[in-house]
Write a new protein. Structure first.
Ligand SMILES: *Cc1c(COP(=O)(O)O)cnc(C)c1O
Length: 379
């Protein structure tokens, strides 16, 4: 006999999710001084913009007994105006970060029996979102030098026949832009599949956006975010741009009131001050180019980044360098291919603190091995 309330069936997670781990970005790392792990802006929004935000937030708070607009109209209007190229508010959908909107997209077009194709190394969340939604994940794999040629893309797409293709451009974690003819190949694939180009780093990049192509390709989806170049990672606003029919489908996957009135008010002010928020970009890119030369001059190799981070290798032991940096309260990322590490471009002070650890560690020397095997004067 079982008694209600005392005997419980231990329910386990869905079989297809066994082994999945929660997303951790090490932002919770205790005592980190130099956060070079999340590709955030190292600079907070300018104080005059924050003041304008506060005025709007006051108004939003005074109305906070009411639910926000569930159609997110005001924010979508601001985003459409910022994106340009004749994009209409009906062709934009926003959420609590672009990852949330991409989850909605996979709920709408993925799921059991559907296939999503990515080409690693690429943004790990794409694969995670496929797993969460029970969508079969196929890795098209880039070449050893992280390039993705149009020929390779075409042959994998023909093989896998994916329902959805997801690619970041510029790529995270390499920072490399896709060659124009590969972009053409992927955009062309939007005739048969949903093709998501994740342009999280668009504002840093020299390469053009595929947004203008949305009008000829109803299956093309561009994902963007205010978390990186706009210096608003904490506010949590991301969005997609796509044909109205796609937005309609994705919206059905959204919970009611998907954007807080406070986040929407903040983001609207940010978008009207876009040039002010984006004016730090040239300085960040100058630091990136400087840091790249510094790394190469120390015998390390870097990927050719078009974004606000660098992927580098050449360490005798990359894990060891990661640990040395952590001990110096500097967080970077080891999400990339084996032997490579990713460092976000920080303030000049952050970047110099990072280099100082490299100079102390001498990570290209033969004796630079596992921290456990070294004496402590290395750290
Ligand atoms: C940082 C990042 C995002 C942004 O995620 P949010 O949820 O909007 O903060 C999306 N895609 C890529 C490739 C990223 O690196």
């Amino acid at each position: 006999m079982t008694t209600i309330g005392t005997s419980r069936r231990q329910i386990s997670i869905r079989d297809d999710l066994a082994g999945l781990a929660p997303y951790t970005a090490a932002s919770a790392l205790d005592g980190v001084v130099h956060r070079l792990n999340n590709n955030e802006s190292p600079y907070p929004p300018p104080t005059d913009v924050v003041s304008s935000m506060l005025a709007e937030l006051k108004q939003a708070l005074e109305n906070s007994h009411r639910y926000p607009d569930t159609t997110v109209t005001g924010l979508r209007e601001s985003l459409a105006r910022y994106v340009g190229h004749g994009i209409q508010p009906a062709e934009v959908w926003a959420g609590n970060g672009s990852n949330e909107v991409l989850l909605q997209l996979l709920l709408a077009y993925g799921g059991p029996g559907r296939r999503v194709l990515g080409f690693t190394p690429d943004f790990g969340m794409h694969r995670q979102l496929a797993a969460i939604t029970g969508t079969e994940w196929h890795d098209g794999m880039r070449a050893d030098d992280f390039t993705l040629t149009p020929q390779h893309a075409r042959s994998v797409i023909a093989d896998v026949r994916p329902d959805i293709i997801m690619v970041s451009n510029p790529n995270n974690p390499t920072g490399m832009p896709l060659p124009p003819d590969t972009i053409e190949q992927l955009v062309g694939a939007a005739r048969d599949s949903i093709v998501v180009i994740d342009e999280a780093y668009h504002e840093f990049a020299r390469t053009r956006s595929v947004v203008p192509r949305i009008h000829e390709h109803p299956n093309l989806v561009v994902a963007r975010t205010l978390s990186k170049a706009f210096a608003l990672a904490g506010v949590r606003i991301g969005y997609i741009v796509a044909a109205e029919a796609r937005i309609h489908d994705v919206r059905m996957m959204s919970l009611p009131y998907p954007v807080s009135s406070l986040a929407a008010a903040t983001a609207k002010v940010a978008l009207t001050h876009a040039p002010r928020l984006l004016e730090r970009i040239p300085a960040i890119l100058d630091e990136r180019d400087w840091l790249r030369v510094e790394l190469e001059s120390r015998g390390l190799r870097t990927a050719d980044s078009d974004a606000n981070f660098l992927l580098f290798t050449g360490m005798t032991c990359s894990e060891s360098l990661f640990e040395d940096l952590a001990a110096a309260k500097i967080a970077i990322r080891n999400v990339g291919p084996a032997g490579w590490l990713r460092v976000s471009i920080g303030t000049p002070a952050d970047n110099r603190a990072f280099l100082a650890v490299l100079d102390r560690a001498n990570p290209t020397s033969a004796s630079f091995t596992d921290p456990e095997e070294r004496d402590d004067d290395h750290r």
